[in-house]
Design a protein around this ligand. Sequence first.
Ligand SMILES: Nc1ncnc2c1ncn2[C@@H]1O[C@H](COP(=O)(O)OP(=O)(O)OP(=O)(O)O)[C@@H](O)[C@H]1O
Ligand SMILES: [Mg+2]
Length: 359
Amino acid sequence: MADPLVRLDKITKRFGDTTALSELDLDIAQGEFVTFLGPSGCGKSTTLRILGGFEQPGSGRVLLRGDDVTRLPPERRNVNMVFQDYALFPHMTVKQNIAFGLELKGMGKAEIAARQDEIMSFLELGAFGGRYPAQLSGGQRQRVALARALAPDPALLLLDEPLGALDAKLRGQVQQELKSIQRRTDKTFFFVTHDQEEALTMSDRIVVMNKGKVEQDGTPEDLYFHPASRFVAEFIGETNLLTGDLRGTDGDAVVMDWFGQTLRGHAPGGIPQTGAPITASVRLERLGCHATRPATANAVQGRVVGKTFLGSRMALDLLVDDARGARLRAYVDARTGQSVGDAPVWIGWDESSMAVLRD
Ligand SMILES: Nc1ncnc2c1ncn2[C@@H]1O[C@H](COP(=O)(O)OP(=O)(O)OP(=O)(O)O)[C@@H](O)[C@H]1O
Ligand SMILES: [Mg+2]
């Protein structure tokens, strides 16, 4: 296989007593839109800064197209970064901000002018060339930061929470814009966010980070429906967590006991250890409610004890085991939702809808 565009090879980074990154391995292919997702302090910015050359790892290597660039300064890496706080130069106009990276590259005046015009028209900044950052809106500043980073035509663009300062509506627009820029330019984008919805809508691939390590790496669908760990199941979307005892395996299925019910699931993160209780995740929209026993791998009886109208759908709170308080929550069609009451309902779901979690 050809060398990936980026390879992080066992990167460790400590700041005093804090281990920001612990033997981090990661490959990124040319043209991918990869999102780094994780809670505050998990090491996202540190990874980007190491990739960009703004920080040195304690150990491990950074490879770009197979070349070791670990000790190379930022300007010799063909990588550009949009920082968490934009970091536009306040005393420079939009045009001067864009020219900055081009001058660093040693481009001539005429070439710089042509590239400035090209990138400003591409990002619809033509009217703002003479303005200073303080005279722009948040979204416009965002586009200038992008223009400045894209102008030198880097092989890889690192974007550290570039949309954090935008309000919800503008954020949605800029998300679409970023995604379309990435498609049109066929650039490789490595995008950092701690917003799971943003990650799901924008990425080809999501790398979930936790405490300086990769927790899970996959497509948005993979991570959402087949979380490997409790951390991923809870960090991305809403879910039912069922804690019970491992009974064993049956072919590819993992069999567990949950309040006396035998349930079948799959184990995307590997089969957990026996001996301790295990936990499985089932998304709310994967549960079906029926009047009679459904033909799904898993079927339990319960009562509807609560009902919330959410517009496009209805959330049902289901009590499965009165005495021990086993509950499930399901999303059903808003018009066909069951009524609250004592009449028992059947709740069914497939083996593939239940991910038994590694930890
Ligand atoms: N220069 C530094 N000196 C000391 N500790 C640092 C330094 N930079 C980062 N850290 C620590 O390393 C850890 C990872 O920080 P990092 O900035 O990579 O987190 P992050 O995932 O980007 O978080 P956020 O979502 O809040 O931006 C944190 O515990 C942070 O306090
Ligand atoms: Mg950060």
